[in-house]
Design a protein around this ligand. Structure first.
Ligand code: SIN
Length: 284
């Protein structure tokens, strides 16, 4: 097998000709690492990867960060279950977001393995936060580079949150009191990406509350404008899952959005998240 890269027009690249569930050669690992670092998102097809293989692959990129809110695989606690049963209506991740921005040291990224797919639908959409930044006007870039924003998990995963009230999610999302222990961190709005050194927009509709020092009301119009610009057609890739598909995304360079268009069918995904670091402002 020869490894090759197929760069996608919106965001990300497919890496072909590699078995990530087996022992990687050093050159294969370096190719994956560099492609991931440059594009912030890589896909693999036709993989036969066990749960242990999934964890072994993830550990080559960093320490596993076990998500406090997601139900874990009964035998592999490192694996978060991203599931929707045929009789459940609400899915997990059904809106544009980036994972873990509510942490002081947001997670590097996640590796999602398809385990059981609906007959159609259930795609995941991804957006590039490099392009989202690069496409802004110079004036907007300069304004944003001076700003920071407050992020929180409380309104999503906390005791008062929608997920908690939604019966069909009970069991899948849990431990709501852990959200109250988080201290709503402040991150730069434009970060210098820790792997690539490129500038990226770092706010998201799910977890960003407001610009630091601004009210929610003052922040909402500008945040809303940025969210709309960020998902311009040229910034996004709609990933169609097949048996054996794996996606590995960087939370500091992309957003994602799990489509919920397969009512009456089951969708089972296994997610392993990799720990990250604190984020530096682009202008520093
Ligand atoms: C997630 O937000 O991690 C879920 C993505 C997916 O299920 O496609």
């Amino acid at each position: 097998m020869t490894i090759s890269i197929n760069v996608l027009p919106g965001v990300g690249a497919e890496i072909l000709g590699v078995d990530i569930g087996g022992d990687l050669e050093l050159s294969e690992f370096e190719t994956i690492k560099q492609t991931f670092s440059h594009h912030g998102l890589v896909f693999f097809r036709d993989q036969k990867i066990s749960e242990m293989g999934h964890a072994d692959f993830a550990e080559q990129f960093g320490t596993i960060d076990i998500n406090r809110f997601f139900a874990a695989h009964p035998d592999y606690p490192q694996i978060a279950l991203v599931t929707k049963e045929a009789d459940q209506v609400v899915n997990i991740g059904g809106g544009w977001h980036t994972d873990h921005s509510y942490d002081r040291e947001p997670a590097l990224g996640s590796i999602l393995v398809a385990r059981e797919l609906p007959p159609s639908g259930g795609d995941t959409w991804f957006a590039s936060m490099y392009k989202a930044y690069e496409n802004l006007s110079n004036g907007m870039k300069a304004t944003l580079e001076d700003l920071s924003a407050v992020h929180s998990a409380k309104h999503i995963f906390g005791p008062q949150a929608g997920y908690e009230a939604e019966k069909s999610l009970s069991g899948r999302i849990r431990n709501s009191s852990a959200a109250l222990e988080l201290d709503d961190p402040i991150h730069p709005v434009v970060i210098r990406h820790p792997l690539s050194g490129r500038k990226a927009l770092y706010v998201n509709a799910a977890f960003t509350l407001r610009f630091d020092g601004w009210t929610d009301e003052d922040s909402a119009p500008l945040l809303g404008h940025l969210y709309e610009q960020a998902v311009a057609e040229e910034n996004i890739t709609r990933f169609k899952w097949e048996d054996g598909s794996v996606a590995f995304w960087d939370n500091r360079a992309t957003w994602h959005f799990a489509q919920n268009d397969y009512q009456g069918h089951r969708r089972i995904m296994h997610r392993i998240t990799i720990a990250g670091c604190s984020l530096q402002a682009a202008k520093d």
